[in-house]
Design a protein around this ligand. Structure first.
Ligand code: GUN
Length: 292
């Protein structure tokens, strides 16, 4: 039987509809519109598309957004002083610094400078620490998107073996931590998994992937996960967005894996739109958290 397609785009639209109502209530009750400031340094075309999509999503739900564009030659000090200004701007509730940054700028230094209450990406060490300890202020957007897809499609992960491939700070590490938690804002069935985190030094990766009830691919290599790496009826979450000569594709060889899996996220229309929806969730939460 072909796999169920986990439609992240449709789910994101549903979440946006819910959020639009909550944002309208927030505005009515507080006389203030939540606001996101997006910072884009340089002219990487993919980053430009991501930031544009994030701003369009803000507009759809009634969140105000401001784009600050800086040239590729911007120094670390210049970027840090912009972050300082946004940290002190009472109208700005959330700050998003689009990654990657140009080579002359240390990413960690910049992310550490974002005020933790305005850190809607959940990249600040204080927020990462709170999340890992199971008392999140914010949840990181892409990992939260993965968890929400499973939750909203009624796929519990408690007691299941989740195998995550890729140990990035943005996806692999935090998603592994989230699936392993004892409890979550979505309830105990959305976590409590047995988690294996695989990476470039993992021995016999295909054998470990074949143990997965839920396989999360976050490697950043086109069609890296092949049919031989997937157990029959596994659920496959593809976090990859790779630009190839044939267009966009994920980290999973969709055509080969889809007939084996019980459910799978497509690329595009899978995790990507959910990442943006979770950014909106965090921006509204930030506005609530900053009420005087
Ligand atoms: N670059 C790739 N993914 C992300 C993300 O989730 N947030 C930011 N700020 N930059 C990214």
């Amino acid at each position: 039987m072909p796999a169920k397609i986990l439609d992240g785009k449709q789910l994101a639209s549903q979440i946006e509809a819910e959020l639009a109502e909550q944002v309208a209530d927030f505005l009515e009750n507080n006389g203030q519109q939540p606001k996101l400031a997006a910072v884009l340094v340089g002219d990487d075309p993919a980053s430009g598309v991501y930031v544009k999509n994030k701003r369009l999503a803000c507009e759809r739900v009634g969140i105000d957004s401001e784009l600050v564009r800086l040239p590729a030659e911007t120094s670390e000090d210049e970027l840090l002083s912009l972050i300082g200004r946004l940290n002190h701007d009472d109208e700005v509730n959330g700050i998003l610094v689009q990654l990657p940054l140009p080579r002359q700028i240390r990413e960690q230094k910049v992310l550490d400078a974002v005020h933790p209450l305005k850190d809607v990406d959940c990249f600040h060490p204080e927020n990462v620490g709170l999340m890992v300890q199971g008392r999140p202020r914010y949840l990181p957007c892409t990992p939260h998107g993965c968890v929400q897809i499973l939750h909203r499609y009624g796929i519990p992960v408690a007691g299941k073996h989740v195998v995550v491939v890729g140990r990035s700070e943005i996806v692999g590490k935090p998603v592994a931590a989230m699936f392993a938690q004892k409890d979550s804002p979505l309830g105990p069935e959305a976590c409590n998994a047995t988690v294996t985190l695989c990476h470039s030094r993992t021995h016999d990766l295909p054998a470990i992937c074949r143990l997965a009830d839920v396989l999360v691919a976050a490697i950043g290599k086109p069609r890296f996960i092949t049919a031989e790496m997937v157990k029959p009826d596994a659920v496959v979450i593809d976090v990859g967005i790779n630009r190839t000569e044939q267009g966009l594709c994920g980290d999973v060889d969709f055509a080969a894996v889809e007939p084996i899996a019980s459910a799978i996220t497509p690329v595009p229309r899978g995790v990507g739109p959910m990442t943006i929806a979770m950014l909106l969730v965090n921006t509204l939460a930030a506005a609530r958290g900053q009420l005087a």
